[in-house]
Design a binder for this molecule. Structure first.
Ligand SMILES: C[S@@+](CC[C@H](N)C(=O)[O-])C[C@H]1O[C@@H](n2cnc3c(N)ncnc32)[C@H](O)[C@@H]1O
Length: 488
């Protein structure tokens, strides 16, 4: 039985190495758009509202560099002729620009998506007018002009008015099939007919074609065939309960429309840029199987938390790519120390701190956990500060952590390390006395050293039990929740 899967890593490598030809029924991708913005992920702050404590979720900016040059040469030498020709033409026109860097990042992944899509499958590429014209040509060259099905326009309300232009209020979703025998069911997306149409069709208005009278025309009982412009779905408002703080989070209704019209129950849906997991959640809700990929560990953690809050333990899936043992953690630390840091903090139940804040006044802090233990009426929010180290460690770092704790007036400091601590480190930590919790009447070591191995063997930070982590997703209750169980 095919299992639901969540992959942590670069989608190109994962598609290439883990995914079979012709194995996916529906692909939805919402890649970074080349919008030139850095997106920040927001967390709940001390008071439970959205805080300004942000960290960069991913950087939506592309620059032409040696890597782009390498990928360009690789692509033009190995891709099918039409796709290679388009990329060469783009290069002539765009030269070594950021847009070209973006397109050369997208091209090899799209080729892989073509390979993994079933002949009956459909792909939806979500983009905006910044790059949609280039992406359409690229898609034409990979999927074939004849397999272009729709340019969907997602129109939404919004704020902000440009001085000398029309307001930009839509995204583009390019829809392609792999062959001309693809699945499409318009019924779940049918819309109510206009009153004037209902009125007009309520009596005979003539229906004679080629001399034959076909009699009175009927309207479809489920409503009008859906148009290629979606006007009835709004983005998630920044203050909405459904918003999890992931900056580019798409509304579930949008994904539900795509999934319901282009797949059947039990089909397999792939989202190779899955962000905070809107596709995954919608697929699970609609009884499809799913595969989600994201390069940011923070996205993976957010999806895990969203799945468990929405479906409890009814949703079974495998996580692939996130370290599952010490060796995996060492490899991740070597490959990408920044992702290692995020991953380790998540494993410890902490929130990472904004990268920019780390460089500034909050130097020496990688993550934090808040708790409150002045029951019953106390409002003081208390702080645990974390430092993460993947390299060599020594006693000076524990002294430094003590200094940071005093500077920040925090209650507990945690030193999270991949390597084992030295004896002097353990002694230095032990000399830091205890934090006394008034409500629990209990002492907790003020400086705690935890290794990654400790975390794998279920040891955890010692503190009064009231921590907060990600903003909570709403629980999805379906009448037959028992049946939403894919995988073993
Ligand atoms: C626009 S967001 C997707 C948002 C998503 N549709 C949602 O509703 O939450 C794009 C995501 O692609 C991820 N990403 C960027 N490059 C990637 C790559 N090469 N492989 C996998 N994921 C990538 C980013 O980390 C980010 O989470």
């Amino acid at each position: 039985m095919i299992k639901n899967r969540l992959y942590f890593g670069d989608n190109l490598g994962i598609l290439k190495h883990y995914m079979d030809d012709n194995s996916i029924d529906l692909i939805y991708l919402d890649p970074p758009f080349q919008s030139g913005k850095d997106y920040n992920i927001l967390f709940k702050d001390k008071n439970g509202s959205v805080s300004t404590a942000q960290i960069k979720a991913f950087e939506d900016t592309w620059q032409w560099d040696n890597d782009s040059e390498y990928h360009y040469l690789q692509f033009v030498q190995s891709a099918p002729k039409e796709a290679a020709d388009i990329i060469k033409a783009f290069r002539e026109f765009l030269q070594r620009t950021d847009m070209m860097a973006y397109l050369i990042m997208m091209a090899p992944g799209l080729l892989e998506m073509y390979r993994v899509l079933k002949p009956s499958g459909t792909i939806y590429l979500h983009c905006d007018p910044t790059a949609s014209h280039f992406l359409k040509l690229l898609m034409d060259s990979i999927f074939g002009i004849g397999n272009f099905r729709n340019e969907l326009v997602w129109y939404y309300r919004g704020a902000g008015i440009p001085k000398n232009d029309f307001s930009r209020r839509h995204d583009i979703i390019l829809r392609y099939s792999k062959t001309d025998t693809y699945y499409f069911n318009p019924d779940p997306a049918r819309q109510p007919y206009a009153d004037a149409t209902v009125e007009r069709f309520s009596h005979y208005i003539g229906n004679i074609r080629k001399g034959h009278d076909y009699g009175r025309q009927k309207l479809h009982k489920l409503g009008k065939h859906p148009d290629d412009v979606f006007t009835d779905i709004q983005p998630i408002a920044p203050s909405a309960r459904a918003r999890l703080g992931y900056p580019t989070q798409k509304p579930e209704e949008l994904l539900e429309r795509i999934i319901l019209t282009s797949s059947r129950e039990g089909d397999i849906i792939l989202d190779p840029f899955c962000g905070c997991g809107t596709t995954v959640i919608a697929a699970q809700k609609l009884k499809r199987k799913w595969v989600g990929i994201d390069i940011t560990h923070l996205a993976i953690s957010l999806i895990q938390s969203r799945l468990s809050q929405s479906f409890g333990n009814k949703c079974k899936y495998d996580i692939i790519g996130a370290p599952a043992d010490l060796k995996g953690a060492e490899e991740l630390a070597k490959r990408d120390p920044f992702q290692f840091e995020w991953w380790a903090l998540t494993l410890a139940g902490a929130m990472p701190i904004d990268r920019d804040r780390k460089r500034g006044a909050d130097k020496g802090i990688d993550g934090f956990i808040y708790f409150g233990d002045d029951f019953p009426n106390g409002k003081k929010i208390k702080t645990i500060l974390l430092q993460v180290k993947s390299g060599h460690v020594g006693v000076a770092q524990i002294r430094d952590l003590k200094g940071v704790l005093a500077r920040e007036n925090a209650e507990i400091g945690v030193f999270l390390t991949l390597k084992s601590p030295t004896k002097p480190m353990i002694v230095e930590a032990a000399e830091a006395d205890f934090y006394h919790s008034p409500s629990w009447n209990k002492d907790y070591p003020r400086i705690q050293i935890l290794t990654i191995e400790d975390l794998f063997s279920n040891k955890s930070i010692l503190y009064p039990p009231t921590g907060r982590t990600f903003k909570k997703a709403e629980r999805i209750i379906t009448p037959d929740a028992e049946q939403i169980e894919f995988g073993e």
